[in-house]
Design a protein around this ligand. Structure first.
Ligand code: ADP
Ligand code: MG
Ligand code: MG
Length: 886
């Protein structure tokens, strides 16, 4: 079994076997770029080790053989006292993962070879001892779990003793002393001396990389990201090159385009006389990559040439790690680089222009989550505003408001109309009301799956979590950051995309991409590269998608906006808002009706109001389908809350007022009280229990359609019955509805479809029967998820989803992204059985999932005809449907 590959033996498509880093090192080697020689131990070897706890048979021999070949090629032996070969040991899984072991540099150094290294470097003792102390530090920390701070403290002590500001000010003697101190730290924590035998160093490091695959953080991360647990990691053993040999050496990172804007140019950082992670660690100030031209023009030109070749080869933005050893350039890593959402669109557009990729490929290079990010309003930043802290961008958006430290105060101030930002160390379920009342949430602890982050995303609120520079004092109602104290009531601005926190009020500007969708920016006539790229890619997505995209809209204004955003109809028009406001009074009359006449009068009063609403909506959606859902929520939701009513009655009685009506209302509310309203008298059940209610709605819809048709508008109404679980329910409603439709359309024919939501698991499982009575299905995936999992959406997200996410029980809330295996299976069954019973049955989805990128792919694959989502999500759904279609 072949467990070890020389770099010359692999290529970039072997990420499964060689990991990302190894596959790309091989690719660069084969492109003829100067990669220090080395080899990769495969993920297979890792898996075998993890299965048995021992290196698989043959691995040690293969490593020895490759090492010997490397030694021959370099003309040095690993750890040779006179002229040592040194290597780095670098982990490299298919996906990079937090919690995996870092890299160990300078393996092969010991008390003797450190002297040889100095001699070979022309007597540069400082360099040799600096390399040795780094080995002990990295090896101790990553291979033997020695707390890293201990090394850092010892380094700080050495600098302080010397009055040095950077590690460059330490000389060879200081570093020799530091090596002794590091060794003492090492043996104190491990109970053994720092290993002097080079091959033992190498084997221990390799083994530690294998084992880090199962480090707790890595395991949880994989569960959350749905990365299979059995991929294993590869290990790269790479000949060391030295950027810390003096001013003619150095190390840097580079990007082939600007990863922030996507624009072409030279982007990167360089640090002279440094090794490895010094560039990113911020130990010393780096210089912009352009400066390298002045420092070492030959290497600079060569690097630019390599960067151009890599881009051409990978046909994408690449990021690069390089080191210059005494004027010789070495390439240490490349990969297709991360980028911002804006850069993703701009780069994809540019690559099409450059003929490197086609539009189908460009579609794959961007995604709906990125587009959604580009649609949030942004801060208008100039030099005046510098962030005071940076946390995790946990839920995107730009929020400005007055600082509050408690949920109660948030509610109070918000009630006065003040925008507030809730600041907490971390949030918990008690903070829910405060979170609802706030514009944004800022915490000093927790990551992307903390309570604050999860709940904020669920609410669509801006959230920055884990801004640990904030020192928050809740009792004092203040926090300090960057030497400043911020009190309750002071204004802060938080950016939920970048995680940055600003003091004061940063002006907010609307996103250009939204202006474009709104039609106020013409992509042909403005010079904005982002808008041009979005326009081009969206146009292609529309050409490629099979799924129709509709919108959820209850008002004519929403319908109009969604249409500008590209909606091709309404997939869900809820009728319950039509029962609110002044109309509550009529609903009360309906509920309190003592006889048929009173009830019919109440319904008759509601009819023209409903009809007028529908007329407006049909007009906005002229020629496009509009699915109207008959009333869904329990009627008592339209009545005042029980406690409030009881108090009112008591107060009025006290005053001796006439409370007959209030008492009747109170009795009705008591009568209608439900333990589990979500599973109670709602949806179709209401229609069957309250005579005339659905009939009134059907009449309003049909009369509105007739009125529109008479006025030259083309209405395409689809009446949707909610919460059906059995075909008999639907048949009953439908019989009555058809009578009404026939009557109303006698003189002015209009086609009105009647269909049902599939949102009760039983409906999905009996879809074959239900399809006999339904002209269309619309999957209500919110309720289907709620009832499929038995999760009360209003209760569970804030209460314990954070814990489920932390434990990796699911990687994302099933209310955010459809649970394809469980709830999705119900959708699949209903699709197949529904279409078997009624060929050509029109199928759509109208839950929140309709605008979720991953879910859109699922619905495409299952074969639905359309998705429907909130107006702002329409472009996202269009894009993802296009991506699913190519
Ligand atoms: P990461 O995945 O965290 O970037 P790397 O394995 O790339 O870890 O290594 C960490 C740092 O050490 C990088 O700056 C890398 O360029 C540097 N490095 C790794 N191997 C070598 C080597 N053989 N010679 C010089 N520097 C190296
Ligand atoms: Mg790296
Ligand atoms: Mg529902």
């Amino acid at each position: 079994h072949k467990y070890v590959y020389d770099f010359a033996e692999g290529n970039k498509d072997q990420k499964d076997l060689l990991g990302g880093k190894g596959a790309n090192l091989a690719e660069m080697t084969n492109l003829g770029l100067p990669v220090p020689p080395g080899f990769t131990i495969t993920t297979e070897a890792c898996k075998a080790y993890l299965a048995t706890g021992e290196e698989p048979a043959g691995l040690a021999g293969q490593i020895a053989a490759h090492l010997a070949a490397l030694e021959r090629a370099m003309g040095k032996r690993l750890g040779d006292p006179a002229d040592p070969l040194l290597v780095s040991v670098r982990s490299g899984a298919k996906f990079s993962m937090p919690g995996m072991m870092d890299t160990v540099l300078n393996v092969g150094l010991n008390d003797r070879s450190v002297v040889g290294l100095a001699a070979q470097a022309g007597g540069n003792e400082r360099f040799a001892w600096d390399s040795y102390r780094r080995l002990i530090q990295m090896f101790g920390k990553t291979v033997c779990d020695v707390p890293g701070e201990e090394f850092e403290h010892a380094l700080d002590d050495a600098k302080r003793a010397k009055g040095a500001t950077t590690d460059l000010d330490l000389d060879a003697d200081d570093l020799r002393g530091l090596v002794d101190a590091f060794k003492r730290i090492f043996s104190k924590h491990t109970g053994r001396e720092f290993p002097q035998e080079p091959r033992e160093q190498l084997d221990l490091a390799i083994r530690a990389v294998f084992e880090s695959w199962n480090a707790e953080r890595a395991v949880v991360y994989r569960r959350q990201e749905r990365i299979p647990a059995d991929l294993g990691t590869a290990v790269n053993v790479v000949t060391m090159v030295f950027g810390n040999l003096g001013p003619d050496s150095g190390t840097g990172v580079a990007f082939t385009r600007d990863p922030a804007s996507g624009l072409q140019g030279i982007y990167g950082d360089y640090l002279a006389n440094a090794q490895g992670e010094d560039v990113v660690a911020g130990i010393r100030n780096t210089v912009p990559l352009q400066e390298l031209e002045r420092i070492d023009k030959k290497s600079y030109d060569e690097l630019l040439g390599f960067m151009a070749r890599l881009e051409e080869h990978y046909k994408d933005l690449c990021d690069i790690e390089f080191t210059i050893e005494r004027g010789k350039l070495w390439m240490l890593q490349t990969r297709v680089g991360k980028r911002t959402a804006a850069a993703a669109f701009v780069i994809a557009g540019q690559l099409v222009d450059e003929g490197l990729i086609d539009l189908d490929e460009a579609l794959h290079r961007v995604n709906g989550a990125q587009l959604a990010q580009l649609m949030f309003p942004r801060f208008q930043l100039d030099h005046e505003f510098q962030p005071v802290a940076k946390g995790i961008g946990a839920s995107p958006g730009a929020a400005v408001g007055k600082v509050v430290f408690t949920s109660a105060r948030a509610v109070e101030l918000a009630a006065e109309g003040e925008p507030v930002i809730l600041v907490r160390r971390e949030t918990n379920p008690d903070d829910l009301n405060g979170m609802i009342a706030s514009k944004g949430i800022l915490t000093s602890r927790g990551g992307k799956t903390s309570h604050a982050a999860v709940v904020a995303r669920g609410m669509g609120k801006t959230c920055v979590s884990g801004a640990d520079e904030l020192d928050i004092n809740i009792p004092q109602r203040e926090f300090t950051v960057a030497g400043q104290t911020v009190n309750e009531g002071d204004v802060v601005s938080i950016d939920g995309t970048t995680g940055k926190v600003y003091l004061g009020e940063v002006p907010v500007m609307p996103s250009e991409v939204v202006q474009y969708f709104e039609g106020s920016l013409d992509p042909e006539h403005i010079d904005n590269p982002l808008v041009k790229a979005v326009h081009r890619i969206m146009t292609h997505a529309d050409a490629k998608r099979r799924l129709v995209v509709r919108t959820n809209a209850d008002t004519a204004a929403d319908a109009a906006r969604a249409r500008r955003f590209g909606a091709q109809g309404i997939g869900l028009c809820r009728t319950e808002h039509m029962f609110l406001g002044d109309r509550r009074e009529l609903v009360e009359r309906l509920i309190l009706a003592r006889d048929e006449t009173e009830r019919d009068n109440a319904l008759a009063a509601l009819l023209p109001l409903q009809r007028a609403d529908f007329v407006e909506i049909f007009r906005e959606m002229d020629g496009l389908p509009v699915t109207v859902r008959l009333i869904d929520p329990p009627l008592h939701e339209f009545l005042p809350p029980l406690e409030q009513l009881a108090v009112n009655v008591a107060v009025a009685q006290e005053r001796g007022e006439d409370v007959a009506k209030e008492e009747a209302l109170l009795a009705a509310v008591r009568r209608m009280h439900e333990q589990n309203p979500m599973l109670g008298l709602r949806g179709v059940r209401l229609g069957l229990v309250i005579p005339g209610l659905f009939a009134m709605q059907v009449r309003a819809i049909t009369e509105a359609a007739v009125e529109c048709a008479r006025n030259g508008v083309t209405p395409r109404p689809e009446i949707m019955v909610p919460l059906v679980g059995a075909v008999q329910e639907l048949e009953t409603v439908r019989a009555e509805a058809e009578r009404i439709i026939a009557e109303v359309t006698r003189e002015q024919p209009v086609e009105v479809l009647i269909g049902t939501m599939i949102e009760v698991p039983r409906a999905a499982l009996t879809a074959g029967q239900i399809a006999e009575a339904a002209q269309f299905f619309s999957f209500g995936t919110n309720d289907l998820t709620q009832m499929g999992w038995g999760f009360s959406r209003d209760d569970v997200e804030g209460a314990f989803f954070w814990r489920y996410l932390e434990l990796g029980i699911f990687g994302i809330s099933p209310f955010e992204s459809i649970d394809a295996e469980g709830v999705g299976r119900l959708v699949r069954i209903a699709t197949e059985e529904g279409r078997a019973a009624r060929p050509g049955l029109k199928l759509g989805v109208c839950g929140e999932h309709g605008g979720d990128p991953e879910s859109v792919h699922f619905f495409h694959e299952v074969g639905l005809d359309y998705v429907s989502c909130s107006p702002f999500r329409v472009p996202v759904a269009r894009l993802e449907a296009g991506r699913a279609g190519v």
